[in-house]
Design a protein around this ligand. Sequence first.
Ligand code: FE2
Length: 288
Amino acid sequence: MNQATTLPANSAPDILQEAYARDGYLMLEGFFTPGECARIKTRMHELIDGYDPEEQRTVFTSDGQGHAADEYFRTSGDKIRFFLEKDALDPDGNLTRPKHDCINKVGHALHDLDEEFSAFSRKPPLAVLARTLGLADPLLLQSMYIFKPPHIGGEVHCHQDSTFIYTEPESCIGFWVALEDATQANGCLWATPGAHTEPLRQRFRYRDGTLGLEELDATPLGKANTCLEAKQGTLIALHGRLPHQSGPNTSAKSRQAYALHVIDGACAYPEDNWLQRDPSMPLRGFTN
Ligand code: FE2
């Protein structure tokens, strides 16, 4: 098994650019402080306190099928919505445990609708990093709080983020933050370094009232070969074409993470992308 390369958070721009161009990812330890991680975890706990599962019980699956026809998912780009783990429901659709332990993720506009998440997402060094990695006009497109709860946290199949976050030309960069230590036991990320130079395999589009995956290249993605175990506060920057995945959480510890996806405003954003915003809520950058 290959182990990922980590760099100090204050590495020089040319070191970061070289590693990102070569590997398609960066792992920067200590990018966020334990205090920043704790604050955002507390804030999410409060948001869940206000969530009523009786009103909406939507399971999230990463295979592009279960949620594909689901309006709750498709119209979540400018909202804060809650998606449950499939193993958190009994056959009658009732939660099998307290609601805080049942959630797969919350998305997709935390960074614009909540002050704490906005501040976390717009930490100035992150803006600097986005520009260092080549985004001329970085726009914060979507945010997800990912729970990977103990015992039931589901696997995420190997994918490329540009499949779901597509611009012309492609510009997506994912910023993934370990809010808790991520290990193999609780479902850390895996990636295939260097494979970001391969073609984009699929594109997730909304056409004729249906969400679906369009095949662009039939070459299988295979299985990611490098383990990205990450200490709390580590930032992982992922190139939109880099194949990555995460395993199920079979442990008793959760693996909470925050993922922010950024695109370049200089690129075109197609009208048939799944994530569309109400015109009253345009995309914002790090400082506007
Ligand atoms: Fe991803």
